[in-house]
Design a binder for this molecule. Sequence first.
Ligand SMILES: [Zn+2]
Length: 147
Amino acid sequence: MPKASTKKSKPQSKKAKLSLKKNELKSYRKLLLERRKELMDEMGELMKEQVSSTPRDTSGDLSSHAFHMADQGTDAMEREMAFMFASKSGRLVYHIEEAIRRIDSGNYGLCAQCQKPISATRLKAVPHARLCIKCKESEEGRNSAGK
Ligand SMILES: [Zn+2]
């Protein structure tokens, strides 16, 4: 009788694998959801102010971008969305949602650039981190140099 295999499947492969455990992922997910909620609340407040102030206020390119987008649809909802994505918190919410998606699809915690695992220290500080600290630093260096 031929034995199918002498050993059980190898416990670990050499390939960079996600070192995060299920419960760790869960806690990051919770953290992300909490932060997202905070931001949404914060933005809700901002939006109230924004809506009550003159809509053609041109203080800063961010709002002008938002209102350019709003021109395409006068829907209040669309304007809210435009404002959200034009604001810093809005982009953060976007990144947080992306991170939650990465958790769900199972590639959370890996650097989007070099595919190496992002350190736990970094994830704890920035749970929505997309890049490892090295790649992030080089990206920031590029950005500030290009300015
Ligand atoms: Zn990296």
